[in-house]
Structure formats: C-alpha cells, structure tokens
Design a protein around this ligand. Structure first.
Ligand code: GTP
Ligand code: SPV
Ligand code: MN
Length: 589
C-alpha cells in the first residue's frame, strides 16, 4: 500500500495541493481518510453523539443513519453551477460561465478560513473498479463528515484510490466546504483545463459529492470528448431472455425521471424468462470495444436514489437495497425509528417527525419527506445487481434509451431510424422539471440526452461529438425514446409503469434481434399494438392506441420548439441536426 511518507513519490503533487488547500481554508486538523469500515463507524458515531445524525432502529434498519440538511440546501442549484473556461463559447448556451480568473477571485474569499475550528478530510476515491483501465481517481477535500460517509458508499474510497494515485500520479482535485450554507455565497465551479472542482456553500448531493455530477459527468464529458468516449447521465441494465442471454441497454432520463426504477426493475414476466439485472442507475462511461460495439461501465459504487415513490410494489429491489448500511437524507422519521416518505405507505403513520425535525401535521399540505429526499446505499446490496457490474471493461450495449417526463406529445416508445436520427432524438428531448434541482417543478424544458445540467462544454460541440462517435462504432446500439408519464384527460398516468416497463424493454430486445413489429411514423418506428406483450394489463385498446399515438399537430409545435432551442445552441450546432429537424418537419407535413 502507498504511504504518505513514500518519497520522492507520485503523491508529491497531491501532498502539496492538500497543503495549499489547508493554507487557504485553515482547518484545525487534517485527516487523510483510509476508507475503512472502522473509520466510517467512528465518524458516524461522532456525528450521532453531536446530534448531527440520527441512528435508525437497528433491528429494522441495521447500521442506518438519518441526516437532515439545512432547509435551504436540499437539491442541486443549477443557477450557481459554473463552467470556468477562458472562452465563454466553450461553456455554451446550456452552462453558466465564469472566466477561471474571476471564479478564483470570487471563490477564494469564500474558502478563506472556512474550515477554522473544523477538521479537513482528505478523501481519495476511484470512479470505476480498481482493476479497470478506465477508472479515474479523484481526491475530495471537504469539511463535511456527512460527505465523507456518503463518498464511502458512492465510490471506492481510501487506500485503494491512494494506491492508484501513487502508481499513476493522476487525480482530479476537488475542494469542498460547507461555508455558511448561505445560497448567496454558494458556488459550484468547474475548471475543465485543470480537471478541478471548487464547491462551497452546499452539503447536498451533486453539489457536494464531487465524484458524481462534477467529476463523472461535467469534467469527464470534456475528457471523453478529447479522448473519444462518452460520459453520460445513464442507467445501465441487462435484460435476460428465456434462453438465458443477457442484452445490455443504457437509459438517459432527466433527474428524478425513472433511471433508478428502470435499472432495478423486478419483472412481472419472470415466469416467461424475462428478468432485469442492474449494472448502474445514474452514470455510464462508454467506449468503443475491440469488437466494434459500445461498452458501458458504471463508475459508481452506490446509489443516491430518490426516496419518494419508492415502495415494495414500485421498486422492491430498492427497498431491499436500502434496508441496511444506508444513509437517508431529508426523509421523515416514524415513532419506531424507521424512515418514511410519501408513497412508502398509503398514509403517513401517526407520530411522524418531518424532514425538518418537526412533529408532522397530517392535515398540512406539505409533504413529510422532502420531494428530493434520498437514500445512499451500497450497490452490492441490490438483489438484482448484475454479476458483471464490476467488470473492468464494462458490458456491451445493444440499445440506448432516451426518455422524458411528458404529460403529452411523446408516445410510450419509439425507435429512431439510425444513429444520426437517434442523436437528434436525444438532442431534442424535453422533460418536465423535478425536485432534483431547485426552481419550479413541472415546467417542460429541453434536456438534451438528460445532460442539460451536466454537459461540461458547449452543447453544440457535444452533439457533434455524439455524431462523430456514431462514425466510430461499427456496430452501434439502436436508439429508442420512451415516456412513462403520459397522462389522460383526467390527469392520470396512462401507463402502469415501474415493473411493467419490462414489456417495452422486451419490444426493444425484439427490435434489436431483427424481430418486433413496428410501423414507420414521422418521428420513428412505433410498435404495432400486437407487437407489445400487454397480457394481463388492464388497458383498453383505445388506451393502447392513445399511448402510441403520434399527433401531427402536437408534433409540429414540438418541431417549432426544437428549432427555437437549436437556435439558442448557436453556431456550433451541427448542420446534421438541422437537417434532421427539416426531415421531421417534412414528414409531419
Ligand atoms: P436521479 O437520481 O435524480 O437522477 O433520478 P432517477 O432518474 O433515477 O429517477 P427515479 O427512478 O428515482 O424516479 C424518480 C421518481 O419517478 C420516483 O418518485 C419514482 O417513483 C417515479 N417513477 C419512476 N419510474 C416511474 C414509472 O415508470 N411510472 C411512474 N408513474 N413514475 C415513475
Ligand atoms: C440528479 O439530480 O440527477 C441526481 C441527484 O442523481 S444529485 O446527485 O444530487 O445530482
Ligand atoms: Mn441523476
């Protein structure tokens, strides 16, 4: 194992950066984390003693903790998140931009002395399995022990990562401090040229667990473009068929739009031999393999999953996963010391404490758990975890699924004509906003490839990179689009969703196997009603038709909106996407 006193060593750069950060933030103590269970237990015990964390009922939820965040710090804050490149155009329309000099000048005073009286934790971590040639090391410096605990679940943390850095000398540095948690003094800054993140003023989720959205998506997407691969906001799953063959698919749905649920799907068609294996639920790194196919790996080691809506019916595998060794953030607490959230049971139990720590008034209109409350759980605890989830080369991908949350317009499922058209389908995606980020919920916005908040560079260049990747993949995956969230005239979801989504996956499998009935429409191939196995579902033929309907008038409006979005992307939008839009308009008439 690498030790810090190895000298001269490839750790010198790391050591001097840690010293620099300590000189700026002025902590009382510096603690290098080894990632051990003993260390986790000691930090957790100390936080429980201080009243910062609550230990849950140890019989029902062994080794589980409850954390309540500051009420002003409950989700990613996209308006305070910046890409810091010398040239503003390199950040592009979908990002906030600041020059690196200005970013440093604005953030330095916020970091100055911010760790006084506190401990500075140095957290080496790996994204990807240690034996993978594609694994990347990061080091997060943080004054939040809650972040340290979460990082130990979400990444391969400590000694294994320090060894990797000692061998390669490479790591992505990330400096994080809670600051005073004032949103006015909060900044999440990315410096792609240095692979560096500075985050101050938030302790929540993607703002603070710097390996996740900051490194594995925003910075990784810029590396991926340079190096010819893809870093995407995607789940990875394997669909097993009756012959025992497993076909792997990735899915990009915006935040809180169903990735974890689809990845962990428990199949109602298990008796017929169809079941789903979970490889990842949020991020996929994808490369072209020697066989000319696209291979995907999950760089994470845990799930940071949305709690509300999760229950034994919707997502039994998530329920089993979160039963132990988990951290619950901003959920409610029952009298017996177990977590609770909207949708876990039909009605809130008596004696509930809400996410702010107050007695819950069942008559109140506000939810007991925050809508963006989360569980942090080790991936290996998932009953459906794929035997290949830690394969160093990843898994070969046969289908890419884009999806949004749309009350109207988008049908249940359609398939693009080819990679170029599929890139257009991804680039023109839209979805209703959710509680995963601050701001209004339920507003339809363009969210290309579910990456709008996570593309680390100019979105036009990003689309160009997708198109180029198509040229480099001799056997590219088929590309689909789904919408589990279409509503009827009464506002009810028309599709049962959750486990029943396997029926749609099965059609995709049929399609990539050269079977699977479809009719060609203006937007792509839509299943013929008999091509979907809907046996046992309570759906009228009229409902099925409505679910699969492509309304030309609605789609002409959609094309209008896509055109307006493309205009905003600016001159770097690839011409091929304009041509695809023209093609769509022509087909719509
Ligand atoms: P992030 O972790 O924020 O990236 O979210 P995610 O994409 O993993 O979303 P997740 O699977 O956690 O689902 C978010 C919400 O959508 C939860 O409240 C789910 O219960 C709900 N949901 C997921 N799948 C379906 C579905 O098929 N139908 C319906 N109606 N709701 C769903
Ligand atoms: C998302 O918002 O897409 C998440 C949660 O997965 S967070 O880690 O907060 O970004
Ligand atoms: Mn996500």
């Amino acid at each position: 194992m690498a030790t810090l006193s190895d000298s001269p060593s490839k750790l010198d750069h790391l050591k001097s950066w840690v010293e620099e950060c300590a000189a700026l933030t002025k902590p009382d103590r510096v603690r290098w984390c080894d990632g051990s269970e003993a260390e986790y237990d000691a930090i957790a015990a100390e936080l429980v003693r201080q009243g910062e964390l609550t230990r849950l009922n140890d019989e029902l939820y062994p080794n589980c903790l409850l954390s309540r965040s500051d009420p002003s710090d409950v989700a990613r804050t996209e308006h305070l998140t910046y890409i810091c490149t010398p040239d503003k155009e390199d950040a592009g329309y979908t990002n906030n931009w600041m020059s690196p000099d200005e970013a440093r000048a604005r953030a330095t005073p916020l970091f100055d002395g911010t760790m006084r009286g506190r401990t500075m934790y140095v957290v080496p971590y790996l994204m990807g399995t240690p034996s993978s040639p594609f694994a990347k090391a990061g080091v997060e410096i943080t004054d939040s022990p809650y972040v340290v605990l979460n990082m130990r679940i979400m990444t391969r943390m400590g000694a294994v990562a320090l060894d990797h850095i000692a061998r390669t000398g490479e790591f992505a540095p990330g400096l994080h401090s809670l600051g005073d948690l004032d949103p006015e003094r909060r900044l999440i800054l990315h410096f792609p040229e240095e692979n560096l993140v500075w985050s101050v003023g938030s302790g929540y989720g993607g703002n603070a667990l710097l390996g996740k959205k900051c490194l594995a998506l925003r910075l990784a997407s810029t590396m991926a473009r340079r190096e010819g691969w893809l870093a995407e906001h995607m789940l990875i799953l394997g669909l097993e068929d009756p012959s025992g063959n497993v076909t792997y698919m990735t899915g990009a749905f915006p935040s809180a739009c169903g990735k974890t649920n689809l990845a962990m799907l428990v199949s109602p068609l298990a008796e017929q031999g169809y079941r789903v294996w979970t490889v990842g639920d949020d991020i996929a790194w994808m490369r072209v393999g020697p066989d000319g196919r696209l291979w995907a790996m999950n760089p994470e080691a845990g799930f940071f999953g949305v709690a509300p809506g999760t229950n034994e019916q919707t997502n039994p595998n998530a329920m089993a996963t979160l039963r132990g060794n988990s951290i619950f953030t901003n959920v409610a607490l029952t009298a017996e010391g177990t977590p609770w959230w909207e949708g876990l049971t039909d009605a809130p139990p008596d004696g509930l404490i809400d996410w702010r720590g107050q007695t819950y008034d069942a008559a109140s209109k506000s939810p007991a758990a925050h809508p963006n409350s989360r569980f942090t759980s080790p991936a290996r605890q998932c009953p459906g975890i794929s035997p290949h989830w830690e394969d160093p080369r990843g898994v070969p991908i046969s289908a890419i699924i884009f999806g949004g949350r749309r009350a109207r317009v988008a049908p249940l499922v359609y398939q693009s004509f080819d990679w170029r058209h599929g890139t257009f389908v991804g680039a023109s995606m839209a979805s209703e906003t959710t509680a995963a980020a601050t701001g209004k919920v339920g507003v339809v916005r363009r969210d290309p490839m579910a990456m709008r908040p996570f593309i680390g560079y100019n979105a036009g260049d990003y689309f160009g990179h997708w198109l180029e990747m198509g040229q480099r993949i001799p056997n590219p995956p088929a590309i689909f689009h789904v919408n589990w969230f279409r509503r009827d005239a009464e506002g009810k979801f028309m599709w049962p969703g959750f486990g029943q989504n396997v029926r749609v996956l099965r059609w995709m499998l049929d399609r990539v196997s050269g079977r699977g009935g479809a009719r060609e429409t203006a937007i792509g191939y839509v299943p013929t009603p008999d091509a979907l196995d809907l046996d046992g579902l309570d759906l009228t033929p009229a409902a099925v038709e409505a679910l699969l309907h492509v309304d030309h008038a609605e789609w002409r409006d959609e094309a209008q909106n896509i055109g307006a979005f493309f205009d905003k992307i600016g001159p770097r939008l690839p011409a091929a996407l304009r041509q695809e839009l023209d093609g769509l308009r022509q087909r719509l008439g």
